[in-house]
Design a protein around this ligand. Structure first.
Ligand SMILES: *Cc1c(COP(=O)(O)O)cnc(C)c1O
Length: 368
């Protein structure tokens, strides 16, 4: 769905130079580029600590371990999302409790969080889905009021700003910990796997560093139980280059999104969600809603026959997945699973391509 080859061609010189520096001194693990990238990212995000790790799912696991969420406690998270939060909960003996989401922003509803809080709740994990922040103003207040830990899954929304307490803050820097993924297709993606944790808390940062490094500060002195989760130096070298371009990547994505929205806004059969007022949008995905009487499979196969990839993020609420089954129904999450469609989105999309996608989609919907 996103054209990483064209982006690499454009940045080739910078990226190749940066990778070569790593190859030339064979500092594949913990080379100086790792610390350098972490500092650059902390500066970009205006957060005190960025601790790199191996991927976004590890980042969530390390966050839960660092916050010592008690075994058996409940973690409130959206039912309409990627499965990583639920997976990590189960690995650590925590119970994911799925809250419903807003039909317009796709993000977790604060009033649903509040409704689900029990004396077993230990944390709230909003996911900033598709490039927009959840309503962090309301969510931070709920977390504070009920003394709950707050972890932001920011894998999809790096670079988005959110209104909190009268201030503009970057997603991932608001809760106790924010987590990031640098999976290649994410807005800041490397050339393999990568992730990071963000926090403003010094003690927590120390603990996160230890956990990501086998629970040790000094080599062969394992103080707590940890994991092995590192961002390798080549990935850090790629990310350092790409971070410099992140704001312009975001602008390119917004430009595509604006064209989609203005062309598709009045088309019968399609609803374009209204962006949230409390957040900027970095368009990790461009996701629209099809009317219930439109056959989504047919639309997708017509687009495919015209060379246009489209995707359904996500086809099933997490609680319907075999591994995470819960006998609940949450209304908006189920509706979204049956109606959402994500269009191609990324940097380096040319004008002709964007227009082809728009006209093909409109034609397909008209002749449904
Ligand atoms: C991509 C993603 C993750 C996991 O990241 P990995 O780096 O693939 O482990 C977690 N949560 C969300 C919302 C994601 O989109």
């Amino acid at each position: 769905m996103t054209d990483l080859v064209s982006q690499y061609q454009r940045l080739k010189e910078e990226i190749d130079t940066s990778i070569s520096a790593v190859l030339n001194n064979a500092s594949f693990i913990n080379g100086q580029q790792v610390a350098q990238f972490s500092e650059e990212l902390a500066h970009y995000m205006d957060v005190k600590h960025v601790i790199p790790c191996a991927n976004g799912t590890d980042a969530l696991q390390i966050a839960f371990m660092a916050l010592d969420l008690p075994k058996g406690s409940e973690v409130i998270t959206p039912g309409f999302s990627y499965a990583a939060v639920a997976e990590v909960c189960h690995l650590l003996g925590l119970k994911p409790v799925f809250a419903d989401v807003d039909l317009n922003t796709f993000n977790i509803l604060p009033k649903e969080i509040e409704r689900l809080i029990t004396d077993k709740t230990s944390a709230i994990v909003p996911v900033h889905l598709f490039g927009q922040a959840a309503d962090m103003d309301a969510i931070t207040q709920i977390a504070k009021k009920h003394k709950l830990k707050l972890i932001e899954d920011n894998a999809q929304s790096i670079g988005a700003f959110c209104q909190v307490n009268g201030q503009k803050k970057m997603t991932g820097t608001i809760g106790d910990i924010g987590t990031l993924s640098f999976f290649p297709s994410k807005n800041l993606g490397c050339y393999g796997d990568g992730g990071a944790l963000c926090t403003n808390d010094d003690l927590l940062a120390d603990k996160i560093r230890m956990i990501a490094n086998h629970g040790q500060k000094r080599k062969y002195h394992h103080e707590i139980i940890g994991v092995n989760s590192r961002l390798d130096t080549i990935q850090a070298a790629v990310l350092s280059v790409k971070l410099k371009h992140l704001n312009s990547f975001i602008e390119e994505r917004r430009n595509v999104a604006n064209q989609y929205s203005s062309a598709l806004n009045q088309v019968d059969g399609i609803s374009i969600p209204t962006p949230a007022l409390h957040s900027t949008h970095v368009y990790h995905q461009y996701t629209l809603l099809l009317d219930e009487d439109i056959n989504r499979e047919l639309v997708m196969s017509k687009l495919k026959s015209e060379g246009i990839p489209s995707m359904v993020y996500y086809p099933m609420p997490i609680y319907k997945q075999e591994a995470y089954k819960q006998h609940i129904r949450i209304k908006n999450s189920e509706e979204l699973c049956s109606r959402v469609l994500s269009l191609p989105m990324g940097t380096d999309m040319d004008q002709e391509q964007i227009e082809h996608i728009i006209t093909t989609l409109i034609e397909t919907i008209r002749h449904k």
